[in-house]
Each structure stands twice: as structure tokens, then as C-alpha cells.
Design a protein around this ligand. Structure first.
Ligand code: SF4
Ligand code: SF4
Ligand code: SF4
Length: 246
């Protein structure tokens, strides 16, 4: 494992401990159309989101301004599942270049739909809130009492995550609204991996990259995994503040 992977794995495990249950509830038990954002009013009393949603979002957005999409590669439980699935993807490298870039815009449409439902649609409930009950039993009750739109949303997320077994990081690259939001932030982030002018366009970083991209291009999650493997040492972590002062 490369040097950068150890801290990444430790942060991933810590994050799984702190927000893993919240992530699980968001997909499988949250009654709202857009999960994770109406926690204050949520009747699902056991969800840890009731306590941590605001601080979690502040931390995610601050991390976006500091490190772009690093939340994706260092802390998001959905990203961990995608990373695990992508190890077994059968069509690695099948979607690249222009098609990859064009498909990656879909996540901005997901983001726009989520913002519309939250702000203009008042984030309607698409499931009966299951207040009590043991973990798995309460999940099955939610499935029993959810409305068709909830099934469409939940099914869409699960199928897109599972498609990671076919195309690496299918959900994260093309559909995740949070990924879209963080990618917008990444254009202004303080730190980012970037390719220097000495890059010879050999494509090694793209072949190594789980997201099948290059540093500072679309879908780069600032993980730094490719940085040490560039044959001409052309990948660097840029501090844009100090660079702009030069
Ligand atoms: S794209 Fe979405 S699901 Fe994937 S790692 Fe980022 S925030 Fe998590
Ligand atoms: S591995 Fe280095 S030289 Fe090759 S494309 Fe990536 S940044 Fe450029
Ligand atoms: S291009 Fe490099 S830094 Fe960016 S996500 Fe891929 S491996 Fe990580």
C-alpha cells in the first residue's frame, strides 16, 4: 500500500464509525425525498442524523473549499462501497475521454433535482417514518410502507451503486449530487493535485486512478494515489493561496 493510502484508510474507518449509520439511514430509512437535509424535522427518532446533520454538512462543505472532492476519497461511506465494488468492475476503462466527461455532467442534473425538491418542493415525505424498532426490522418496515417514488429513488441509488461492479465508481462519477456539489467547490479549493507542464501525456495516472481521470480534471477526488507513480514526477499538490501570492 502506498504511503498516502494508510492515512486515507484510517480516516475512512473513523468516518465509517461516525457517519456510517447516518449514511445507512439516509438511503434505507429516511422518509424524505432528499435524504440527509431535513433531519431537524425528521420523526425517525433513532437516526443519528438528528444530532450530527448540521455539523456533518458544515464539515463536508468546508472540506470542499479546502480540498475539493477529498471527502469522496477519504470519508464518504458511499465512496468506500464504490471503491470496493470497483475492484471487481468488469469493464474498467470502458468509459473514457469525451463520453466520460459528458456523462459526468449528469451529477449536476441530480444536484439540480435535489435542490428543486428541497427548496421549491419543500422536501416531501415519500415514506412513512418508522420511529422505533430494531435496525433490520425497521428497515424492512420502511420498505413495506414506502410510496412508489421512494422505491424509485432508493432503487435508483442502489442500482447505480451496484453498477460499480460493471463500470468503476458508476454512481460517484456520473450520478451523485453530493459529488456534483463538491466538484463545483473543487474549482475554488485551496489544495488540489495538478499536473505540471512537464507532463508527457503518458496516461499512467489515468490508468491507476479508480475514478479513471487525471489530477484536477473532472471527477478527480484529490486522493493523491497517482502522485508517486508519475514517471516524470509531474503531479504535485498545489496550494493555490501561496501560488497566487507569488
Ligand atoms: S460521489 Fe457521492 S457517494 Fe461517491 S464518494 Fe462522493 S459523496 Fe460519496
Ligand atoms: S502519469 Fe505523469 S506524465 Fe503521465 S499523464 Fe499522468 S501526469 Fe502526465
Ligand atoms: S487523478 Fe490521481 S488524485 Fe485524482 S482521483 Fe485519480 S488517483 Fe486520485
Amino acid at each position: 500500500m502506498s504511503r498516502i493510502q494508510w492515512p486515507r484508510r484510517i480516516i475512512q474507518i473513523a468516518s465509517l464509525y461516525f457517519i456510517g449509520t447516518f449514511s445507512y439511514y439516509g438511503i434505507f430509512r429516511c422518509p424524505f425525498a432528499v435524504p440527509y437535509v431535513s433531519c431537524e424535522n425528521c420523526p425517525v427518532i433513532q437516526c443519528p442524523g438528528k444530532k450530527i446533520w448540521l455539523s456533518a454538512w458544515i464539515a463536508i462543505l468546508v472540506s470542499g473549499l479546502m480540498f475539493g472532492r477529498a471527502f469522496c476519497s477519504y470519508a464518504c461511506p458511499g465512496g468506500m462501497i464504490s471503491e470496493l465494488f470497483s475492484k471487481f468492475s468488469v469493464l474498467k476503462g470502458a468509459i473514457r475521454n469525451k463520453l466520460d466527461k459528458n456523462l459526468s455532467y449528469i451529477k449536476y442534473i441530480s444536484l439540480a433535482v435535489a435542490i428543486y425538491l428541497f427548496w421549491f418542493g419543500h422536501n416531501p415525505r415519500w415514506a412513512i417514518p418508522i420511529r422505533t424498532g430494531e435496525f433490520w426490522q425497521a428497515t424492512s418496515l420502511t420498505f413495506e410502507h414506502a410510496f412508489p417514488l421512494w422505491f424509485i429513488r432508493t432503487g435508483f441509488v442502489l442500482v447505480a451503486l451496484l453498477l460499480g461492479l460493471v463500470i468503476p465508481y458508476f454512481w460517484c462519477r456520473f450520478f451523485c449530487p453530493t459529488g456534483g456539489l463538491l466538484e463545483i467547490f473543487s474549482h475554488f479549493s485551496l489544495f488540489r493535485y495538478k499536473m505540471k507542464d512537464s507532463c508527457t501525456d503518458c496516461g499512467k495516472c489515468e490508468k491507476l486512478c479508480g475514478m479513471e481521470t487525471r489530477p484536477s480534471r473532472h471527477n478527480c477526488t484529490n486522493c493523491g494515489v497517482c502522485a508517486k507513480d508519475c514517471p516524470v514526477d509531474s503531479i504535485e499538490l498545489e496550494n493555490r493561496l501561496s501560488n497566487s501570492n507569488k
